[in-house]
Design a protein around this ligand. Structure first.
Ligand code: DHK
Length: 182
């Protein structure tokens, strides 16, 4: 069992804890340093409807098909992916917090939350992970409210308007970034 020493408020004392007794901020192993940590590929609201949702804008591929493409590309690059979708802002923020400890990097299509969520911005900053922003469509060629992104300011790179291929480009860019850091 792992043991951690922490200084007590009575500074000359030392408290002994089992790691299992500690609050979560102390007992998270640095799994994300491991080369086997997955890339978190996170998808926001309404992307579960890909395939039938406005195909003239988002294409005809389903999210499951995109996941299969991304997983295949990841294994060519020697990476694994944890691919997820949620319609809920808080869940997306929870996943970005989780990525801090469990992922080697993040690919994020926050969908509509891209344009509204300061919470997402704060979570990305706190996660301290390389993050690539993806959009299937090109938001800059659409309504003005899509021209602002809270994600871009804290992303390593942004890929938009290339459809599902954008996820693959993001994965390539992340792999290159991780290799450069080695
Ligand atoms: C997806 C959405 O759902 C929109 O809200 C964004 C993004 C664009 C995309 O193109 O993938 O504005």
């Amino acid at each position: 069992m792992a043991i951690l020493f922490l200084p007590s408020p009575r500074f000359h004392d030392i408290w002994l804890f089992s790691l299992h007794d500690l609050p979560p901020q102390y007992n998270k192993p640095a799994m994300s340093d491991s080369p086997t940590s997955p890339v978190f590929v996170l998808n926001g609201p309404n992307l579960n409807q890909l395939g039938t949702r406005q195909p003239e804008i988002y294409g005809t591929q389903t999210l499951a098909e995109i996941e299969a493409m991304v997983s295949a590309q990841a294994s060519k690059l020697g990476l694994t992916v944890d691919f997820r979708q949620t319609n809920h802002e808080g869940v997306l923020i929870d996943w970005i917090q989780e990525a801090r400890h469990k992922a080697c990097g993040i690919i994020l299509n926050a969908a509509s939350l891209t344009h509204t969520s300061v919470g997402l911005f704060d979570a990305i900053v706190a996660a301290e992970k390389p993050l690539f922003e993806v959009h299937l469509s090109n938001p800059y060629a659409r309504e003005a409210f899509r021209h602002k992104s809270y994600v871009s300011a804290v992303a390593k790179g942004v890929i938009c308007g290339l459809g599902p291929q954008g996820y693959l480009h993001a994965l390539d860019a992340l792999a290159r970034h991780l290799n450069e850091k080695k």
